[in-house]
Design a protein around this ligand. Structure first.
Ligand SMILES: NC(=O)c1ccc[n+]([C@@H]2O[C@H](COP(=O)([O-])OP(=O)(O)OC[C@H]3O[C@@H](n4cnc5c(N)ncnc54)[C@H](OP(=O)(O)O)[C@@H]3O)[C@@H](O)[C@H]2O)c1
Length: 292
């Protein structure tokens, strides 16, 4: 099978590396060509435009920033070259944005499966992503040999929108759990309690989530460099969740404070750092974290 991948950022480059390691023929394109060069060194073909990448491909994988970017690249730039192509849209976007893309791709003669993932670069490199798919069941069947190289158990959840909804539901938990743990960690430290006894109590309780320990060292050391998943994407995903929840008639007021806090991440210089840099905002010490 011939595959083209658009967007060789943090996740896209790891997915591309995995596909190359599995022996796939892969063409890659990225807006900033420098970010695609390590993949060329691994055997990928470089395309100088998104449309050129799509021209020869049976499968077109998109791993771009957000919905508007994916729409611009896929519909405006690839456009007519979507005829007869099958799109696997792996970036995290809103369910309504995904439906719009599906309609636009179909209008151009292509087929569309949304395939967002839980997990990050290490899981992508090892083919252990948790992959959710939404779209036609037949397309899912056709995609399975490819998807199984990235995920041990790709799950088909239903029509377009269902996988993105599920992905946002999971990422809301990432944001909320990270925020909740961060505040509690700060408070016990401010109260003169040693971290280890607090963690021991937490670990043996029903409140514990493995993500707490996964992020603890970064939070204690304040080292948020070399991210797999940056703070800017967490903010995007929480905003998408809130908007989907509002459309569903839910009361998401409880998340407004967290969304407002994450809005301060740009001014605090945290956007490109690991998402648990949120811990710096909950400390309340940076000018960016203080209410105006
Ligand atoms: N990283 C993860 O662990 C992870 C996990 C699950 C889901 N995701 C989702 O996957 C998607 C990609 O995430 P990432 O972490 O790989 O992000 P990233 O490193 O920031 O990469 C973003 C990609 O989008 C491209 N892009 C941004 N704006 C563009 C524009 N205006 N025109 C064309 N291309 C543009 C970037 O190109 P340039 O290099 O030229 O800027 C890059 O290829 C996001 O939706 C994210 O939420 C990420």
């Amino acid at each position: 099978m011939t595959i083209a991948l658009l967007g060789t950022g943090l996740l896209g480059s790891a997915i591309a590396t995995r596909l190359l390691a599995c022996g796939e023929r892969l063409t890659v394109w990225n807006r900033n060509p420098e970010r695609g060069q390590p993949l060329v060194a691994l055997g990928a073909q470089w395309a100088s435009s998104a449309a050129e990448a799509a021209a020869e491909a049976e499968w077109l994988i998109t791993v771009l920033n957000d919905g508007p970017t994916t729409q611009a690249v896929l519909i405006d730039q690839v456009g007519a070259a979507l005829q007869g192509r099958r799109v696997l849209q792996m970036g995290t976007i809103g369910p309504a944005e995904s439906q719009q893309l599906a309609d636009a791709v179909a209008g151009l003669g292509g087929a569309y499966l949304e395939a967002p993932v839980l997990g990050s670069r290490p899981e992508a490199l090892e083919g252990r992503l948790q992959l959710m798919a939404g779209g036609p069941a037949e397309l899912m069947e056709e995609a399975l040999p490819l998807l199984r190289q990235l995920s041990q158990e790709p799950v088909h959840l239903g029509p377009v929108g269902t996988a993105m909804t599920t992905k946002l539901a999971l990422n809301q938990l990432i944001a909320s759990l990270t925020h909740a743990f961060s505040l509690s960690l700060h408070l016990v430290q401010q109260g003169g309690v040693a971290v280890e006894p607090f963690m021991a109590l937490l670990r043996s309780s029903a409140l514990y989530a493995p993500t707490f320990d996964k992020k603890l060292q970064r939070e204690l050391s304040g080292d948020y460099g070399n991210p797999n998943f940056p703070t800017a994407h967490l903010r995007k995903d929480l905003d998408l969740f809130i908007s989907a929840a509002q459309q569903a008639g839910l009361n998401s007021e409880g998340l407004s404070g967290l969304a407002a806090l994450l809005q301060r991440s740009s001014a605090a210089g945290l956007d490109g750092l690991d998402y648990c840099a949120l811990h710096q905002l909950t400390a309340g010490q940076t000018a960016a974290a203080r209410p105006e």
